[in-house]
Design a protein around this ligand. Structure first.
Ligand code: PLP
Length: 416
């Protein structure tokens, strides 16, 4: 069953999204991926597994999250109505807990007592450390030392929750290097260790499994918008790092051809390779290739070396993207745009000032696209933004990037 997924041209077999996805791992990890594949299929078919997950998503995490009509923001922009799907209200402050909890329950079901995970901005690390505390599992988090410096607060949060945080020094000492180190650990300790991957990335079954754990976002939002507006939105906008919040927000609408799906990548500080993380950008963007176990778009130089990336938001700062997005991109079902560091920071201020909601800088990339789009659309149109997380974690960066210490309110150029 599994080896068939190695055929790069097959289109409709498990683990493939068109030509993308698959399993590109050393032989030593194949057995672990096959064990995971089987265990996940078994859990997914078990109503008791879903009952426990749903119960915890409700009472522990705070689902369903609100679908909020941002009236002041919409009226100020003077175009389409903007709705926010409030994943920022979840326990630990972002959508990441949907997936960490699902995989944590799966690990316990598989009898694994030791959890490892990678983290960039620290949000997935915090969500994983939280779930391990809840379920009584040992927890080791790999994090690049550069990211540990940038996101010091989240390092303390993870340690307080009982996790061991291991700094990774190799490469650029960021997310990619943390994933490499977590994979090394998994190869060595595979028998008792479960690897909770934090986005819709990596080898099969991760992209499918992670998407399914976030699918609840669009299952809820579809019901909510039908209750509140009596119809589906015209567009759904979500930021795309690895792509987990976006695929969760898009998934239930994929068959609804009239709903535009818009992913927003990190445009960073310019369009040249190395200055951004916009894998789908036409010039200076990514081309298909294999990185960390999956075939997808990868930012790389002419020699196939993985390019460095830049974004003001650590959560969007990755050279590749989930393989399902690569398929949605090529088929044209979803559109991918990018938003610069500067416009994302402006959108943080705009949403804070008009609605009293302080978004994560990652989520602000999606807000910025809605701010750009809404005035171009009629007042009878609806845009839904997936607000993936809250901005508390970003106070240090915001304090550096915006002049928050001045006596008068900051008004970055062009913001409301
Ligand atoms: C991690 C993170 C992201 C990016 O990850 P995806 O897998 O692309 O969703 C976006 N927003 C927030 C708040 C995050 O913590």
């Amino acid at each position: 069953m599994a080896t068939a997924t190695l055929n790069p041209t097959a289109t409709s077999i498990p683990g493939r999204f068109g030509a993308y996805g698959g399993r590109y791992v050393p032989e030593t990890l194949m057995a672990a991926l096959l064990e995971l594949d089987e265990a996940y299929a078994d859990a997914d078919a078990d109503p008791a597994f879903h009952a426990e997950l749903d119960e915890l998503l409700h009472h522990y995490c705070g689902r369903p999250t609100a679908l909020y009509y941002a009236k002041r923001l919409s009226e100020t922009l003077g175009g389409a109505k903007i709705y926010l799907k409030r994943e920022d209200l979840l326990h630990t402050g972002a959508h990441k807990i949907n997936n960490a909890l699902g995989q944590g329950l799966l690990a316990r079901r598989m009898g694994k007592k030791r959890i490892i995970a990678e983290t960039g901005a620290g949000q997935h690390g915090v969500a994983t450390a939280t779930v391990c505390a809840l379920l009584g599992l040992e927890c080791v988090i790999y994090m690049g030392e550069e990211d540990m410096r940038r996101q010091e607060l989240n390092v303390y949060r993870m340690r307080l929750l009982g996790a061991e945080v291991r700094g990774v020094n190799g490469g650029s000492a960021t997310l990619k290097d943390a994933i490499n180190e977590a994979m090394r650990d998994w190869v060595t300790n595979v028998r008792e260790t479960y690897y909770i991957l934090g986005s819709a990335l990596g080898s099969h079954p991760y992209p499918t499994m992670v998407r399914n754990f976030h699918r609840v976002i669009s299952l809820e939002s579809k019901q909510q918008i039908l209750e509140q507006e009596g119809r589906l939105p015209d567009a759904i906008v979500a930021c795309v790092g690895g792509g987990s919040n976006a695929i969760g927000a898009f998934y239930e609408y994929i068959p609804d051809a009239n709903v535009q799906l818009i992913g927003v990548e990190a445009g960073g500080r310019g369009t040249a390779l190395g200055e951004h993380a916009a894998r789908f950008q036409k010039v200076g963007g990514g081309v298909p290739g294999v990185l960390q176990g999956t075939y997808s778009y990868v930012l790389q130089d002419d020699a196939g070396q993985v390019a460095s990336t830049h974004s003001v938001s650590a959560g969007l700062d990755y050279a590749s993207v989930g393989p399902e997005h690569a398929m949605l991109h090529d088929s044209g079902r979803a559109t991918y745009v990018s938003c610069s560091d500067e416009d994302a920071l402006k959108a943080v201020v705009t949403l804070s000032r008009t609605e009293g909601i302080l978004p994560a800088i990652e989520s602000a990339h999606a807000v910025a696209e809605a701010v750009r789009l809404a005035p171009l659309m009629g007042k009878d149109k609806i845009i839904m933004v997936n607000l993936s997380g809250r901005g508390d974690k970003d106070m240090g960066i915001l304090a550096r990037e915006l002049d928050l210490k001045g006596a008068s309110p900051i008004t970055p150029k062009g913001s409301l």
